[in-house]
Write a protein that binds this ligand. Structure first.
Ligand SMILES: *[C@@H]1O[C@H](CO)[C@@H](O)[C@H](O)[C@H]1NC(C)=O
Ligand SMILES: *[C@@H]1O[C@H](CO)[C@@H](O)[C@H](O)[C@H]1NC(C)=O
Length: 306
């Protein structure tokens, strides 16, 4: 690939540096508008880490997109496609492989500190969280040590990925627990997105007790709804707000309840679950083999966990 822009680039570079330095607040990054020869790799690409593909056949524009984006660690081009990358050839050396037609550009930047009263010395600020890059309620934290890591996201419940855009696909509350246990973490009680065999994906409320006990909420209602719920036995096909688990008015559908029952051994009925500090004394607790709440549950207490 040949570049014929040497003179215009140098002109822009000068303006860029002046503009950037004078407006720098906190930690800023400087670098060339185009990488040096040793950071350009012809016939190589980093496979599996592109997070955004831009249509352009101009390598300078491609690299510029990477420079402008806090998430970008390197970029690569093939024909008119510019791929921005979440990783670089140093961290993912195994995935940096030969592929004809590709040109890979490593992002080269250096850090410098702006002079400003807004950011106290020692406090990291680089502006990378301003655009709220973490999705699905994730929390963004800025980092000021390396130009290859400008921010990170702490994701909520069942999201993961660099910007929390990936969903874990769980098949049960127990699956959630088993996902966390090997990592030494304990999942929080809360709503998880689930894919259940033969059923539509849905949000399910899970509560976790010990290393191998997980409860699935199948029904919850407030005392003002008692007349409605009293009339709803579990083997009837009635669901209420089934995809919006909440304490006041929620009942999963019969298919879901039957599926959970087929995987469960116990049921539990708890009053005022979210405000309790202990489950002892629990309201009611039993084995499904002794009393099957699905087939016999004509009188429903306040909240059911099977
Ligand atoms: C990167 O390479 C490793 C080792 O060959 C492989 O296990 C992994 O799946 C690759 N990652 C991607 C995203 O392709
Ligand atoms: C970008 O294009 C490549 C090649 O077609 C593809 O493998 C990759 O998944 C694309 N990335 C995104 C984020 O669409």
């Amino acid at each position: 690939m040949k570049f014929q822009y040497a003179v215009p680039i140098i002109a822009i570079l000068h303006i860029f540096f002046v503009g950037c330095h004078s407006y720098c607040i906190g930690t800023c990054y400087s670098g060339r508008l185009f990488p040096e020869t040793q950071d350009i790799f012809h016939g190589k690409h980093l496979k599996g880490y592109s997070y955004n593909n831009i249509t352009t056949n101009d390598p300078v524009k491609c690299y510029h997109h990477c420079v402008q984006d806090c998430r970008c660690k390197a970029c690569q081009m093939k024909d008119a496609r510019c791929e921005l990358l979440d990783e670089d050839k140093t961290f993912k050396a195994d995935n940096f492989t030969a592929e004809s037609g590709y040109v890979y550009f490593d992002l080269k930047q250096t850090l410098y500190q702006g002079k400003s009263d807004i950011v106290q010395p020692g406090v990291c600020y680089n502006g990378c969280c301003r655009s709220q890059p973490c999705r699905n309620g994730g929390t963004c934290v800025e980092h000021c040590i390396s130009p290859k890591k400008k921010f990170s996201c702490t994701c909520t419940l069942n999201y993961h990925g660099i910007v929390c855009d990936k969903t874990h696909v769980f098949t049960s509350c127990l699956d959630v627990l088993r996902y966390h246990t090997p990592k030494g973490s304990h999942p929080k009680n809360g709503k998880y997105y689930m894919h259940l065999p033969g059923l539509r994906n849905r949000l399910v409320f899970c509560a976790f007790e010990s290393k191998n006990r997980a409860w699935t909420l199948v029904e919850s209602y407030s005392i003002s709804k008692i007349d409605i719920y009293r009339a709803m036995v579990f083997h009837q096909f009635i669901a209420r707000n089934h995809n919006n688990p909440n304490w006041n008015d929620h009942r999963q559908g019969t298919h879901f309840i039957n599926y959970i029952r087929s995987k469960s051994t116990m049921f539990r009925v708890t009053c005022d679950f979210p405000r309790r500090s202990s489950l002892v004394p629990d309201y009611l607790f039993g084995y499904l083999r002794d009393y099957d709440i699905i087939d016999h549950g004509d009188a429903n207490p306040v909240s059911q966990n099977a």
